[in-house]
Design a protein around this ligand. Structure first.
Ligand SMILES: *Cc1c(COP(=O)(O)O)cnc(C)c1O
Length: 393
């Protein structure tokens, strides 16, 4: 019999009743150290006091009204994002997938307004943009995501990751946009080298194609800058944000330049919940904290500390780990045994990590995790690896 919860996830038999900072607790009081943060979502940890306050204050005043009306919380968050980034304008969604949908629509509308037949969008192998029909159509090479869900939407071409020649060939006079994660998340914590990002920007400028960054996973302080692309100085025309921006409350956004958003006039797009007062009050607080240069300095210091410990771990366990990669607190351990075994052994050591493609164990902790908790996490990974390496009899 089918479970009452549609069984689209392979869940581990673990459930939590409360959380604080980087720790989660089961109903029998067992504590787990959380290095996954809800897949890069809980940027300030669980039940962050500032966010609890922002949520309860807004919850007592007003949750939802509709985009038929002015929403000051939404206006404030949009102004913050515009002040902090390349963007001139913002649309709020409830998830990354919805942000992908709008990014795709916006790029096509841009060319429609110019009277040009340019609707093709170029994406990359290993990419992940969400699970809607549009977002899976964007990655036709991903059999796991698209098989059985056809016909897919036309107009997407997926090319090899970090292959400038393949990309240059794929971009034609039909190309509306190039869509890329500056650091791939689901694809296995793969940062695109800076020169490659600059080359893509140049290619877009030469051909007119818009550049869309998907910073749903790598954005909001994760790499040590507010947005990952800031390391390279390359800016997009359109950017998708979600995961971390709500700190655990469902919230996403599409940021765009005035030129890229030109076709999105009244009536062309909408969302019932998107930009509601509750979500935006929380997002505003998250952004106020994370965008503080002193906070980002701390993220970089923490990342340096964690990397050093993890490099030592890899060196101690050459039979389990091959290498460490990633940026800031978006780290991946490339494994020499199936990454699922390492994730399971970590569960046994009461440590939460997240598997990814390319046999990677992801570490995406809260951005305010303490040094003591990071050291404890690496100790637990060390125990997990030792258990895997110890012959069973
Ligand atoms: C998680 C993710 C998405 C989809 O976000 P949802 O909120 O799950 O819809 C899109 N792009 C990237 C890079 C992601 O990591």
């Amino acid at each position: 019999m089918i479970p009452s919860v549609l069984p689209t996830y392979n869940r581990v038999p673990l459930s939590f009743v409360r959380g604080a900072g980087s720790w989660l607790e089961t109903d029998d009081g067992t504590r787990y150290l959380d290095m996954g943060a809800g897949i890069a979502v809980n940027v300030l940890g669980h039940a962050a006091p500032e966010l609890v306050t922002a949520l309860t204050e807004q919850a007592q005043a007003l949750w939802h009204v509709s985009n038929l009306y002015q929403i000051p919380q939404q206006q404030k968050l949009a102004d913050q994002l515009v002040d902090l980034t390349f963007a001139d304008t913002v649309f709020f969604t409830n998830s990354g997938t919805e942000a992908a949908e709008l990014a795709i629509k916006m790029a096509r509308k841009y060319w429609h307004e110019k009277g040009e037949d340019r609707s093709e969008i170029i994406t990359f192998d290993g990419a992940f943009h969400g699970r809607s029909t549009g977002a899976i159509s964007a990655v036709p090479h991903s059999e796991k995501m698209v098989k059985g869900f056809g016909p897919l939407l036309p107009g997407f071409t997926q090319v090899a990751w970090d292959d400038p020649d393949a990309l240059a060939q794929a971009v034609t006079e039909k190309t509306a946009a190039v869509m890329i994660e500056p650091v791939q998340g689901e694809g296995g914590i793969r940062p695109l080298p800076e020169p490659a990002l600059r080359a893509i920007r140049k290619l877009c400028e030469d051909t007119g194609a818009l550049l869309i960054f998907d910073e749903v996973q790598c954005g909001v302080g994760r790499t040590g800058k507010l947005f990952a692309h800031e390391w390279s100085g390359v800016t997009p025309d359109i950017m998708m944000v979600a995961k971390g921006i709500g700190g655990g409350f469902p919230l996403g956004a599409v940021l765009a330049t005035e030129a890229a958003a030109a076709g999105m006039v009244a009536g062309t797009h909408g969302s019932t919940y998107g930009g509601n007062p509750l979500g935006c009050a929380i997002g505003s607080k998250v952004l106020q904290i994370v965008a503080d240069p002193a906070f980002l300095d701390q993220v970089n210091a923490k990342a340096g500390f964690l990397r050093q410990k993890l490099d030592a771990l890899v060196a101690t366990h050459p039979d389990t780990f091959e290498s460490l990669r990633g940026e800031g607190l978006m780290l991946g351990l490339k494994c020499k045994r199936p990454c699922g075994e390492v994730v399971q052994a970590a569960y046994d050591a009461h440590l939460l990590t997240v598997p990814a493609a390319d046999n990677i164990v992801r570490l995406l902790p809260a951005l305010n995790i303490s040094e003591a908790d990071m050291a404890e996490a690496v100790d637990r990974l060390d125990r997990a690896a030792t258990a895997l390496e110890t012959p069973k009899n």
